[in-house]
Ligand binder design. Sequence first.
Ligand code: PHE
Length: 331
Amino acid sequence: DQLITDIDSFQSSNKDEIEQFRIKYNGKKGILNDLFAQFKEVPNEQKKEFGQKTNAVKQAFNAKMESLQVAEISTKFINKEDLTRPGFPLELGSRHPINLVKNRIIEIFNSIGFAVADGPEIEDDWHNFSALNLPEYHPARDMQDTFFIETDPDILLRTHTSSVQIRYMENNKPPIRILSPGRVFRNEAVSSRSHCIFHQIEGLYIDEKVSFADLKQTLEYFTTALFGKSKIRLRPSYFPFTEPSAEVDVYWGLNSETDYRITKGTGWLEIMGCGMVDPAVLTNVNIDPEQYSGYAFGMGIERIVMLLHQMGDIRMFFENDKRMLEQFKGL
Ligand code: PHE
């Protein structure tokens, strides 16, 4: 009982004194250890009472130590720290503009029934080229300079996400309505306008009686949703995997003299390629071109971001400069 009174009445804010107090009771040769050692020698009939008392001492000691520590921390703050000082700012990250715009595009096409399909970045020749009506030595292969990884069999970094569409058509029956976003790679010199790595989103719709008018309606729906009030026009073009093929230009309806989003000249800006899936492609993936038809389109995401956010250099997307990334906070 005396020990408990001693413990309870101990008071100090001095570090050394507290440490001495601790050693006195709880050190190797301290009172508590001593009591536990004595316990063995206590006659059996007194063990219960002795044990209870010893535990009470230990509890009193623990409680005292805890209150001493709390007291120490609060004196430290009250005496030395200015509690009204603002805290250190926590920096929040932001989504990358590529992802922001990619998600927006996916959202728009989701709302009209397109699902997202994924595929590998390392591809084989069949899925990236041959199945897309680009057989070996086809001159149009030069349209997309390729990084090869192995030559036999040809393993390469995909040059477009059309490869995902081939994989999807091989494994699914029409109707098919998919979007394939992802990174693509082309062996091109890096400049402000083009990069050897960029991102694409391609779309594919295969069903009975799909027409070019369906394609145009879908594109108009998309560009209006993304750019707001705008006009598009389709210019005849060539892709091996679509026939007929077209390039899509968008017109913002702004003054091309003063708005630098619009390239010099006409005010029309090319944003994607598209066309009706070539029957030869459908045959390659065992879809009957007599029964089914479809359209496909593909766009570079960087280009769209640059257009939407008035950015002039594609290399910015890969530099992770915080000053650029921070401008997309909260979007
Ligand atoms: N795959 C083409 C490219 O990367 C884009 C495209 C997709 C064109 C679908 C037409 C149809 O350039």
